[in-house]
Design a protein around this ligand. Structure first.
Ligand code: NAD
Ligand code: USQ
Length: 416
């Protein structure tokens, strides 16, 4: 029989619908905020707009003309009647305001995107290394500490990276966070599960491995419920919601620090720049389309860990590819030339990568793969906005070690 809810139930139901999106103005955060809002959640975006400031520092901007956050939010409300709340707050520095926000909003979940996420940017200089560590580690620790101080039972969903595992699998298929190993106890072999050994390849990736330790501790000591999503390289730019209006267009990074490999290749093809393979191009990485990112986060929110359950870890990636194969595919589709550069990174020139991603598939994810036509969508976007690309910013000017040779302009040298 249908029963009316008492005041306490109403309060609890309302709590369940509120979600805070930290970093909700960014590339993954903005389309996620829109998706969660369209699913009926009350969404509160927190962002200090640092990514927009970094664009100014680097002297470039998103390929797509992104609108200021208040206009984005106004247009979403006009189109859908749904509100998005926005707080300009630095989660790494404004701890009391973060606690107050959690106490006031009492969210069911916090989705945490709010970190400096570019590996090359994190390697630019001592200042950039220190900024990345200060921002990412303090930010993540503040969120955990604030959840405990608030007393609110929040499910924290964090965007981590496949890079925490490194990309050398020693013949294994990379498990979802935990590795079963055999140890000898009193002459008998026992199987135990341990967190997969961290193997970061940049200062940025290192911060994600440190985040994992913070989750482990707060989960163990304070029963904080955490899902850590080990995400691969994201490609694509649109989701159903960002396509609704030009004002909702998503950020699209293409330059040497923030542009990720496949989106970069597609922009390079659009402006007639040779595709920039670092080294041999034998590096294999895990990939996911942005639409699947958004879907995975929604699934993770719908399937929180139970109280006292250990940190839940998903591999959020749908396929693996070699960099060189991606370049060949883009060249075939667009007629672009390919050029190899001395790799500015300190990474294996060739690796196999096999990953498990069973958990999301079991929850109903139907992966978008490269073969499914969405590359054409990105090619179209890259072509439409190619006038906004400053060719001088295409090549990276970061390198992992001072002894990696650069050319006279300070950019990666063409490989002899
Ligand atoms: P992004 O830089 O576009 O977005 C991050 C957002 O967080 C920005 O809007 C920025 O202003 C904000 N932010 C950063 N520090 C903050 C702070 N201290 N306080 C408040 N706001 C802050 O990055 P993205 O591509 O959307 O990535 C989001 C998350 O997903 C990152 O943690 C990243 O590590 C992870 N991830 C991204 C990719 C990818 O290919 N883009 C792949 C794997 C994992
Ligand atoms: N690469 C090229 N040419 C380019 C750019 C990159 O050959 O012009 C190569 C790189 O050397 C690397 C691979 O492509 O081997 C991937 O580089 P990327 O810049 O696309 O991705 P990465 O630096 O690993 O970082 C991105 C996101 C980061 C996320 C990570 C997931 O910026 O936030 O954590 O992807 S993962 O790669 O699985 O660790």
């Amino acid at each position: 029989m249908y029963q009316t809810a008492n005041q306490e139930d109403v309060h609890r139901m309302a709590d369940r619908e509120k979600i805070v999106v930290l970093g909700g103005d960014g590339f993954c955060g903005w389309p996620t905020a829109l998706r969660l809002s369209s699913e009926g959640h009350e969404v509160v975006i927190v962002d200090n707009l640092s990514r927009r400031k970094i664009d100014i520092e680097l002297g470039c901007e998103s390929l797509t003309p992104i609108q200021p956050i208040d206009r984005r939010i106004r247009t979403w409300q006009t189109l859908t009647g749904k509100t998005l709340e926005f707080h300009n707050l630095n989660i790494a520095e404004e701890y009391p305001a973060l606690v107050q926000l959690i106490e006031t909003v009492r969210p069911k979940a916090i989705v945490h995107f709010a970190e400096q996420r570019a590996a090359p940017y994190s390697m630019k200089s001592p200042r950039h290394k220190r900024y990345t560590v200060d921002n990412n580690i303090n930010g993540t620790h503040n969120v955990l500490c604030a959840i405990v101080e608030s007393g609110v039972d929040v499910h924290l969903v964090h965007l981590g990276t496949m890079g925490v595992y490194g990309y050398g699998t020693a013949g294994l298929s990379i498990p979802e966070g935990y590795l079963t190993v055999k140890v000898e106890v009193d002459g008998t072999d026992r199987a135990i599960e341990i967190p997969y050994p961290p193997h970061p390849g940049s200062i940025y990736h290192m911060t994600k491995t440190l985040d994992a330790l913070l989750f482990y501790y707060y989960n163990k000591n304070d029963d904080v419920r955490v899902t850590d999503l080990h995400q691969g390289v994201v490609w694509g730019t649109n989701t159903e919601e960002t396509l609704l209006h030009a004002d909702l267009v998503n950020r699209f990074d293409w330059e040497g620090d923030y542009g990720t490999v496949l989106n970069r290749f597609l922009v390079q093809a659009a402006v007639g720049h040779p595709l920039t393979i670092y080294g041999s191009g034998g590096q294999t990485r895990a990939f996911i389309h942005l639409r699947d990112t958004v879907r995975c986060i929604s699934l993770a929110i719908q399937h929180p860990p139970a109280r006292k359950q250990r940190v839940k870890i998903f591999n959020q990636a749908t396929e693996t590819h070699r960099v060189r194969t991606l370049a060949e595919l883009v060249a075939e589709l667009t007629g672009a030339d390919i050029r190899h550069y001395v790799n500015p990174r300190n990474e294996a020139s060739d690796n196999e990568l096999v990953i498990h991603n069973k958990q999301f598939l079991e929850l109903g994810l139907n992966p978008i793969t490269l073969s499914e036509g969405l590359l054409q969508e990105v090619i179209e976007v890259a072509g439409r906005y190619r006038e906004r690309v400053d060719a001088a910013k295409i090549l990276a000017d970061s390198r992992w070690r001072a002894d990696i040779p650069l050319d006279r302009e300070g950019t990666p040298a063409v490989q002899p």
